[in-house]
Design a protein around this ligand. Sequence first.
Ligand code: PBE
Length: 267
Amino acid sequence: DSKESVGEQLDYTLTGIESGAGIMVATDKALEEYDNLEGWEVSSSSSAVMTEQLGNAIENKEPIIVTGWTPHWKFAEYDLKYLEDPKEAYGSTEHINTIVRKGFEEDMPKAAKILDNFKWTPDDMQSVMLELQEGTDPVKAAKNWIENNGDKVDEWTKGIEDGSGTVKLAYVPWQSEISSTHVISEVLKQKGFETDLTQAGIGPMFQAIADGDSDAMTSAWLPRTHGDHYEKFKDEFVDLGENLDGAKIGLVVPKYMDIDSIEDLQP
Ligand code: PBE
């Protein structure tokens, strides 16, 4: 019945992802900060289930509100929009930083320089994510991107001699992080290094860098998404700065939905 409010149609539920993700923490904050979201909740599942439910809703032209982020292939696949967030519960623009353990730059200066030089765009990351979504193996998807973007890779490695030794990379197995980590891993391998990739949750990933158990991560979404973890450990790692600018998190809906702002939702 089209006379039902969006809240009624959705049973007052936002479609979330893995609990513990930065965007889920931000969503809890949004639910607190917006008085009009009283009575709403967020379901937790996984990124894969979220995109599946989004796809199903769009196929049936039904309403859905998901926790969404950029870069992500869903924006290439579907007509979507972010709901305005006047209270900035989700922050504004995010960037993604590369972080290394203390002492790594001294121990492996060539590898550290390559990691420091690593910088790409949301479109670059999104194209690798799309390949993953289509079923390509992460190493192959990374190699394909490298093959098609030799000019960028040359920039990251220019004037750096081949090295040796193993670089230990930690990452959370989200498609965005799988993409960046495999791309930088393949570039390091092309320059003579070996790499050792370890999957972890966000907190354990920061902890591993702080403890020196891992050398580097390319997955710190800042200032908001992983801000709490960053603050907790910031004296115990070295921040090499941005590897991607123009990331974003928020509530995302199909364009056919008749709402534009979080404030349009009714309690
Ligand atoms: N994400 C993708 C993560 C970071 C990368 C936006 C789902 C999050 O912590 O929310």
